[in-house]
Design a protein around this ligand. Structure first.
Ligand SMILES: *[C@@H]1O[C@H](CO)[C@@H](O)[C@H](O)[C@H]1NC(C)=O
Ligand SMILES: [Zn+2]
Length: 374
């Protein structure tokens, strides 16, 4: 409690005297959920003219699914193009959550100071959701024992139909939120149907409030028909992952464009400190995974550029989900350069497109070839 109060006090002091527009958040160490929660609320509170707090739902344990919308309000009667960046839904992938905060820092502190950032904030609505599985994240921070620190799933109540090497009817907690979406979901797919697997898909698609919240928000009138790019960050492997992943050699019809932009962004990341990403579908590079969030979004919404980033380190290191925290800022910096490439492309492609109210018409237009060529 004492530490928590002190943290809050420091937030206020640095917000007023530090000359920055964001609450204090130390990106050289791993933070806990309360720091993320205070940060996201604080940055919206301190910058009401262009940052809005978004709560898109609640977790199993009642925590808010929090993010921000960064963007100057649209002119009367206009809708802006939107982009979405998140820190993913896997509990142990702490670096991704921190890199999402780095993005908020860049945008909020660069607005009206850096021309490029000012353009992003004026032209786009940029949604950033640092942590889409706070329950799992909180749990993963409670012990350094591998079984806890390396937790991946949410904290869904235990299901006692699990199996192990020599046992049946074992009780296990949690659902892998990135297997819980309604794409390629099958009760027969092993190991995703085993409650004791790290990749348990849940009893049925969208059984989890965390995945329903994301689904409902991308389908809402606030976003549907104007969300043009979405990047979900995970760790680790240095992979720039394209859709689709529920089946091998299965792609959306605009895969060439998604691949070209991914290559361009990955080259930009490489130029910074030679962090080399492989570009492709995870299904082709690693193996199929059903029920993925980004696969579902690509298939069920008009959002064009949909990617998963597996941040550093590369695949050679076993189980390296949490880099040493002094790498968080370098990873934030290089990843941001790739994100800029994506936002530049979105602005270029949509400059003549004005999303209208969320009607069937605007959706049809967004899906049409004309929209894709803009
Ligand atoms: C437990 O998991 C199995 C396998 O997915 C599922 O069929 C069953 O409905 C689940 N039970 C509960 C209570 O969710
Ligand atoms: Zn992950």
């Amino acid at each position: 409690m004492f530490v928590y109060l002190l943290g809050t006090l420091f937030v206020c002091v640095s917000g007023v005297n530090g000359g920055t527009r964001t609450p204090y958040f130390d990106l050289t160490v791993y933070n806990d959920w309360p720091q993320f929660e205070d940060y996201v609320k604080g940055v919206a509170h301190d910058n009401p003219s262009f940052v809005q707090l978004k709560t898109i739902g609640r977790t199993r344990e009642g925590r808010p699914l929090l993010g921000v919308r960064i963007g100057k309000p649209a002119a009367a009667g206009k809708r802006k193009i939107a982009v979405w960046f998140d820190g993913g839904n896997h509990a142990r992938e702490w670096p991704a959550f921190h890199v999402a905060v780095y993005f908020i820092e860049k945008l909020v502190n660069g607005y009206l100071i850096d021309d490029k950032i000012t353009k992003y904030v004026e032209t786009l609505d940029i949604y950033v959701f640092p942590v889409l599985n706070p329950d799992g994240f909180v749990y993963s921070r409670t012990s350094s024992r591998a079984m806890i620190r390396q937790w991946r799933k949410n904290r869904a109540p235990e299901n006692c139909t699990g199996t192990g090497p020599f046992q049946t009817d074992i009780c296990c907690v949690g659902v892998d939120l990135n297997r819980n979406y309604d794409i390629g979901f099958s009760q027969k797919s092993y190991p995703f149907n085993n409650p004791c697997s790290d990749e348990f898909q849940g009893p049925y698609p969208f059984s989890e409030p965390e995945s329903r919240a994301v689904r409902d928000f991308v389908m809402s009138s606030e976003l549907y028909g104007r969300l043009y790019a979405l990047v979900s960050m995970h760790t680790h492997g240095q992979l720039w992952i394209l859709p689709y992943n529920y089946h091998k050699r299965t792609y959306p019809q605009d895969i060439k464009e998604l691949e070209a932009l991914a290559n361009k962004a990955a080259e930009r990341v490489f130029a910074y400190r030679e962090t080399k990403y492989r570009v492709g579908t995870a299904a082709d590079m690693l193996g199929t995974a059903t029920g993925g969030a980004t696969d579902w979004i690509k298939k069920n919404t008009p959002t064009k550029y949909v990617y998963v980033l597996e941040l550093p380190p590369d695949m050679k290191t076993w189980f390296a989900f949490q880099v040493k925290p002094h790498w968080l800022i370098p990873i934030g910096k290089e990843t941001w350069l790739g994100i800029e490439v994506i936002m530049d492309q979105v602005i270029e492609e949509t400059k003549d497109f004005q999303p209208t109210e969320n009607t069937a018409d605007s959706t049809a237009e967004m899906r049409s070839p004309r929209f894709k060529q803009l």
